[in-house]
Design a protein around this ligand. Structure first.
Ligand SMILES: Cc1cc2nc3c(=O)[nH]c(=O)nc-3n(C[C@H](O)[C@H](O)[C@H](O)COP(=O)(O)OP(=O)(O)OC[C@H]3O[C@@H](n4cnc5c(N)ncnc54)[C@H](O)[C@@H]3O)c2cc1C
Length: 315
């Protein structure tokens, strides 16, 4: 059997894309990755906690695991074009437009794979502008900043409850401001937060204002049901308000769910023929490294065994 020269263009070089590229490289398929950063690994360097996973092994943090991807890339010379930010995909003409070196460029494809992941959601700039030094999005490397402080955690998912529990080890007091009726977190984390003597949970409250002089001193929250306003004396605010999918460049060409993630059907194929999506960007995907690596391997195997033969009749 021989594969023809059908060109697969992958957007993004996070763990999902690297796992797909590894399969395609071994199978001898013609592919190119376009990545906006200058190294592979996507969100991995942002992970400050230890990784202890049956699939990926034990690593001090995400940066250490990202090093493995970089080494893998150097050894196998994956076909990655760095510093290429994709801006638009024309799914009718099968052309991807991107910016590289300040210039608008394009590449045509037979198959496109979107693997652009997600990013942390941040509050409106006008809300946080004055108090930037007292605002946090990650706490692992900054725990000493919270010792004996009063802290507000904004959010109600797993990341918010985990942060509240970790902060409660060092802080004087933690208030958890959650806009939903209940915490939408794992039951064990909810139980932990609700029963912790230093954590006070305020469900159905929306953060409205941050107050203070040169430092943050207070926050004001408003009840979603009664309109009641509460003021809390705090020193630091930690935002854990979820993720945003990196799908702006496909929002008018692919079917997205109500949160902006890409809907996929049979074997990661999107609403458009010959356009696939893998990793965090997939609607309903569990955001875990081992899961997205599984997506990449699974799709690679599908391309090698079935898709190229069924669709492109490669024999
Ligand atoms: C703080 C934090 C802690 C985490 N902790 C854990 C953990 O403990 N265990 C665990 O398993 N997982 C954890 N995760 C989740 C894990 O990092 C993700 O599930 C995984 O990185 C997703 O991989 P991906 O390849 O789908 O996307 P990403 O890693 O997001 O990679 C996407 C790539 O696409 C590129 N890109 C985006 N837009 C464009 C564009 N327009 N043009 C070109 N390139 C583009 C990006 O630069 C990036 O390199 C954590 C994530 C974060 C942020």
């Amino acid at each position: 059997m021989r594969y023809s020269n059908e060109k697969i263009v992958i957007v993004g070089a996070g763990p999902a894309a690297i796992s797909l590229a590894a399969s395609l490289q071994l199978g001898g398929l013609n592919y190119t990755i376009l990545e906006k950063n200058s190294i592979p690994g996507g969100q991995l360097p942002l992970i400050h906690n230890e990784l202890d996973d049956f699939v990926i092994g034990v690593h001090k943090d995400g940066k250490e695991f990202a090093e493995k991807l970089i080494q893998f890339n150097e050894k196998y010379k994956l076909k990655i074009e760095f510093d290429c930010t994709v801006q638009k995909i024309d799914v009718l003409k099968k052309i991807i437009y991107f910016i590289n070196d300040g210039k608008q460029k394009s590449i045509d494809y037979d198959i496109a794979v979107i693997a652009t992941g997600s990013r942390c959601k941040k509050p409106k700039k006008s809300l946080i502008d004055t108090f930037e030094k007292d605002i946090y999005y990650r706490i692992s490397y900054s725990l000493p900043d919270f010792v004996n402080k009063k802290v507000a955690v904004i959010g109600g998912g797993d990341n918010a409850t985990i942060a509240a529990l970790r902060l409660a080890d060092v802080a004087e007091e933690v208030v958890l401001i959650n806009k939903n009726e209940e915490l939408i977190s794992r039951p064990d984390l909810v139980m932990g937060a609700l029963s912790h003597p230093k954590i006070k949970v305020f469900n159905n409250f929306l953060l409205d204002k941050l107050k203070g002089g040169t430092c943050l001193n207070q926050i004001e929250a408003i009840s979603g049901s009664s309109g009641e306003r509460l003021i809390f004396d705090i020193d630091k605010a930690v935002f854990k308000i979820g993720y945003l999918p990196n799908t702006e460049f496909v929002s008018d060409s692919l079917e997205l769910d109500e949160r902006g993630y890409i809907k996929v059907y049979k074997k990661y194929e999107t609403s458009v023929k010959d356009v696939f999506a893998i990793g965090d960007i997939v609607s309903g995907a569990y955001k875990r490294i081992s899961i997205v690596i599984g997506h990449g391997t699974d799709l690679g195997n599908y391309f090698l065994k079935d898709y190229m033969i069924e669709v492109f009749r490669v024999i």
